[in-house]
Design a protein around this ligand. Structure first.
Ligand code: PLP
Length: 362
């Protein structure tokens, strides 16, 4: 018997669609008639070739990518991308722009600086505790790339529109909002996302890279740190995270079957976040921490009148089967992460709980 599942609002690793988990469970001992588990088959087998190609095809289909883009799977999480991007793209005399919108962007900047690469922080929202997304961003026309964090998982802000960078390619950390909405792909040279927020289990990072941009990368790098290696070897230069890639394929298939397009996926996400912000906005008890225009549809961050009440809120919620509502340890407060897989039922359960908690404690 399966124990009761909770409404899971974890920031990451986060909730996966139930149907995907059931599919994994049902086929775990015997993958596609192979007589082996997906965790036991060779990555050099035709079984796994089909798995990785299927996941890539579904990603390309959803984002409407043509042959000018590669989809890669790299280990080391989004955090390794912080280091790999400047390593691959910043040579001597070259510089990149970074937009600092929070903890993860700050870490990306740090990893470039450790390597003594030349970067400019051209916009930042640090002055107001990262509660907003800077507007009217002026990028350097000679920048190699402009790095942004499209959704700020900890502070609960998100780029609603992407900055105009002219001919300079955007490089985006989309760990917490990839496949949550359609994207103007022509703006991007590279997109990366650690899987454990909106894609699958931890252990793999999806990298979508424009081939002409990739061809400009530094060629003298260790194999495992060079995008070209992953592109040339279909992400199988060494043993890839097979189970993670398999699960990502299932999650992308779930988006296709359930929503069809990323436009529909985005409409569902807007609706879910709308319910939650409505409860927050009509109350004096709950205070949203992000400025209205910059609010994330994925991570809804809010505070209660006291830290005491926040503790009680998180504890009472868990008793009602609502988990993961504690804010990131670095900022406190409360956070509901409502990625693609968060169900309408979970949203209703949460808004109901919030309304009754306010009545009892305001
Ligand atoms: C979680 C997260 C990261 C870190 O991801 P890892 O895979 O743990 O390295 C980076 N950026 C954003 C936006 C995140 O949400």
């Amino acid at each position: 018997m399966t124990a009761q599942r909770i409404h899971n609002f974890n920031a990451g690793p986060a909730a996966l669609p139930l149907s995907v988990l059931e599919k994994i469970q049902a086929s775990f001992l015997n993958f596609n008639g192979s007589g082996m588990s997906i965790t036991e088959i060779s990555h050099r087998s035709s079984y796994f070739d089909a798995v990785i190609n299927d996941a890539k095809d579904r990603a390309k289909d959803l984002l409407k990518l043509d042959e000018t883009y590669n989809v890669l799977f790299v280990q080391g999480g989004a955090s390794l991308q912080f280091a790999m991007i400047p390593m691959n793209f910043l040579g001597n005399e070259e510089s990149a722009d970074y937009i600092n919108t929070g903890t993860w962007a700050t870490k990306a900047i740090k990893e470039a600086q450790i390597q003594e690469k030349s970067i400019r922080v051209t916009a930042s929202s640090e002055d107001k505790n990262f509660s907003y997304i800077p507007e009217n961003i002026q990028c350097s026309p000679d920048a190699r790339y402009v790095h942004i964090t499209s959704n700020n998982t900890i502070k609960g802000t998100q780029f609603a529109d992407f900055p105009d960078t002219g001919k300079v390619p955007l490089v985006a950390d989309m760990s917490s909002d990839i496949f949550s909405r359609p994207l103007p792909m022509e703006k991007f040279g590279l997109i990366y996302a650690g899987a454990q927020k909106n894609l699958g289990p931890s252990g793999t990072c999806m990298v979508i890279i424009r081939k002409d941009f990739m061809e400009t990368a530094n060629k003298n790098l260790p194999s495992m740190l060079s995008y070209a290696t992953y592109a040339q070897k279909n992400s199988m230069y060494n043993t890839p995270p097979c189970f993670g890639i398999y699960t990502i394929g299932l999650v992308l298939k779930w988006i296709q079957k359930t929503f069809g397009t990323l436009e529909e996926m985005a409409a569902f996400n807007r609706k879910k976040a709308g319910f939650l912000y409505e409860v927050i906005d009509r109350s004096d008890f709950y205070q949203a921490t992000a400025q209205k225009k910059s609010r994330s549809l994925m991570n809804v961050t809010f505070r209660l009148p006291t830290e005491e009440l926040e503790k009680q809120f998180v504890a009472d919620a868990l008793k009602k089967g609502l988990g993961g509502l504690k804010g990131h340890r670095s900022v406190g407060g409360c956070r509901a992460s409502i990625y693609n897989a968060a169900t309408m039922e979970s949203l209703h359960a949460l808004t109901e709980f919030m309304t009754s908690f306010e009545k009892e404690n305001a």
